[in-house]
Design a binder for this molecule. Structure first.
Ligand code: ADP
Ligand code: MG
Length: 140
């Protein structure tokens, strides 16, 4: 079993898509092993997106990710990382495949509704940043 971190980003909550996204998670056969609502601190958002700190969009991205609450969801499934990235679609909603969450709900390349980890290793690392071991509960 592989794990990936989903974040329902501020636009996803603002536009009332959280329920639909959680429904999609269930329909795609993921198991939710951890879930909580949070408001990212500036420090947490900068750390989470540190790989992008030299990019021109970094400051705007941090402002956006701290602009409102998010929902953090630790997901488990076979091929969780690649499957979740297929479900969410390309970074830019305009380039995302039909039916993907970003195509359906993304506002623009920044406000693209959901996060997905980019490798199994980063999935484990990102989940451990936001969840303690006790907060992660296997389905069965
Ligand atoms: P992904 O989330 O698809 O893995 P990246 O890791 O490349 O994409 O970027 C992280 C996040 O930064 C994106 O989800 C998006 O919110 C934002 N972002 C990426 N590229 C841009 C861009 N060119 N302009 C504005 N925001 C961007
Ligand atoms: Mg990424």
């Amino acid at each position: 079993m592989e794990r990936t971190l989903c974040i329902i980003k501020p636009d996803g909550l603002q536009n009332d898509h959280a329920g639909e996204i959680i429904n999609r998670i269930e329909r795609e056969d993921f198991r939710i092993i951890g879930m909580k609502k949070s408001r990212l601190s500036r420090h947490a958002a900068e750390h989470f997106y540190a790989v992008h700190k030299e990019r021109v969009f970094f400051n705007d991205l941090v402002n956006y990710m701290t602009s409102g609450p998010v929902i953090l969801i630790a997901l488990e499934r076979e091929n969780a990382v690649s499957h979740w990235r297929t479900v969410i679609g390309a970074t830019d909603p305009a380039e995302a495949d039909a039916g993907t969450i970003r195509k359906l709900h993304g506002v623009n390349k920044e406000k693209n509704t959901v996060h997905g980890s980019d490798s199994p290793e980063n999935g484990m690392i990102e989940i451990s940043v936001f969840f303690s071991e006790q907060e992660l509960i296997e389905q069965r």
